[in-house]
Design a protein around this ligand. Sequence first.
Ligand SMILES: *Cc1c(COP(=O)(O)O)cnc(C)c1O
Length: 468
Amino acid sequence: MYESKLDFSQIPSLNRLLQVPAIITLVEIYGRNATTAALRVLLTSAREVIAAHGEVDLSDEMLAQTTAARLARQAVPSLRSVFNLTGTVLHTNLGRAPLAEVAITAMAETARGASNLEFNLETGKRGDRDTHVEEILCDLTGAEAATLVNNNAGAVLLLLNTLALRKEVLVSRGELVEIGGTFRIPDIMARAGAKLIEVGTTNRTHAKDFAAAIGNRTALVMKVHTSNYIVQGFTAEVPAAELATIANAADVPFAVDLGAGALVDLERWGLPHEPTPRETLTAGADIITFSGDKLLGGPQAGLIVGRAELIARLKKNPLKRALRCDKATLAALAATLKLYRDPDRLAERLPTLRLLAREANEIRALAESLLDEVNAAIGEDFVVTVEDCAGQIGSGALPVDSLESVALVIHPVAASGKGGRLKKLATKLRSLPVPVIGRVHDDGLWLDLRCLDDIDGFRTQFQKLDIS
Ligand SMILES: *Cc1c(COP(=O)(O)O)cnc(C)c1O
């Protein structure tokens, strides 16, 4: 009976609170429903606090302030922009490729209203959404036909399910990749309803292994680009051209999952070579899949190019409908692909390529220009230096080739408790209005400036940093 002695009458009524001027203002900003819901949550927790401690501050002022804070927190979008200073350009957890301006504009325009997404303007009849990118994909890759789905994982699923349902697919043991986020070749194969036949060994697979494994239940020979690892030492893999010959002799298609899918030779910009769809088709692949938001620098998409007869079969699979791309994706992709028609200006126009090709000297100059300001903002417990570092392309592209870059490195001054201080600082930078994401490594918080574009925005964040 102790409970009954508690004084719940101190809890104000909702109706009275809605007459308090500060709360009327909240209703004007956030609406009656949201404000009432926030007040209810607060009053319920007040009840619990009274039950536990007997009393609680329930002044109008306190209630209005707490409600305002709750409503403001709810109004901040969960998904928002951050500064990617991790040194990984195509960071899957940070949204991969930044889009080109033309792609952003196209995306926004398509989102705003009606479009001819699946409507043929010449005939006035139903159209096919793939047509908006088919021709240019064929031009850029040399393929006979093209189609697309939501992402490359979906593209592989569609390909396997269409061409190898209840049949066997040959893949080298050295290529049974796992890409971050539970994409594993053996698992996707099982979900697609195809039977994986592992060929050769982890480090060495030969043409004769494939020749021995191929049989009348084989539906597909597949090569998977080992995007995020390399097998080193005593190794052997069967080149695409040889696999094509083996598959051809057995009259089964040869498919390649290219992963990163650079559409042009990146060596031109001083980057390591990555096999292109055109090269792979020339080597004899019948059908290829690759991502839209990795080295291609476009929106999330899974692109599929190859022989017309195979693409036609994929397009008839009901899974194609389940995996289809959204109109905004198509608009952004079409605009991005158009940039490839003028490779001479690609590095200026495509942010992914521009960031990847950015010279260490330019990044160093940027770091030096920001050094004093960051040093001043960071307080006396830390000191900032400019250091050379090695960044990564990311998203499983070229895992061992690191990009020469330059970072602002924030070090704690005191010798003790460095780890804890750095962790706290990293948390602070992540809680800025536009979070700054770096990397804690070797007693320092490293801010690799390769991907820093909005320099004024970055300065503003550091001015807002409350180091206390
Ligand atoms: C990245 C990658 C995938 C998955 O592509 P998403 O576009 O992320 O779905 C599949 N295969 C390979 C070889 C990859 O590198």
